[in-house]
Design a protein around this ligand. Sequence first.
Ligand code: PGA
Length: 264
Amino acid sequence: MSRKPLIAGNWKMNVNHIEAVGLVQKLAWALGDFKYDPTKAECLVIPPFVDLRGVQTLIESDKMPLKWGAQDVSEHENGAYTGDISAEMLVKLGCSYVIVGHSERRQYHHESDFIVNEKARNALAHDITPIICVGEGLEIRRAGEHVPFTLAQVEAALADRSAAEVAQVVIAYEPIWAIGTGEVATPEDAQEVCGAIRGKIAELYDEEIAAQVRVLYGGSVKASTIVALMVKPDIDGVLVGGASLNPDEFAFITRFYEVSQKTN
Ligand code: PGA
């Protein structure tokens, strides 16, 4: 079962709607220079909500080989939820992915495993692929509890989902201590947990479903670290924060497959 690598750029709360157009254009140019082949890896940008319409219009009108998604979605269908954005609204904007349960949402917005589960359910119900983020903080890592902690988050996020739904989800392992810190987990650290996540899905569902789920690594991924991560058997892509704001670097990360082919 081959899983198409996913290279996702989470812009977080950076880049206004005017700057977004420039960033996507530069990314498309950089990818073009690199002769990016979208059959080898999916390239996804995840801008703030207010940028989505402009990004959609540009990518569609110029037929750029890029996908776009959102950083969050409401667990509710619609109605009196001031400030929230519904899955239906995201579908209308052509979003194919949405991040749920990013550690920054869990930490600053107190999103529980239950809320993360509800958001993933809602995304799936609207045919949007949730990128479910999981991962431990430094204390848990130091205590050697990172695998059980992360697997418990995975199990909670997937509870009550059917096998067909689970086959579509993307799980992103993002150790909190490695996010935005320059502190990258070693490829072996990342593989340990990404492999355990796939094992957990096999245990909860079956091997066939587990073989379909894409598991990403995230946390200070850079052009210099991508190849060593991507050669690991259970790492199917990356969720990139800071480095996704640099179009040349993000283009380089996206076409990792050329470099890794050359070095293999
Ligand atoms: P970073 O962020 O690459 O800046 O560490 C990753 C993320 O939070 O998704």
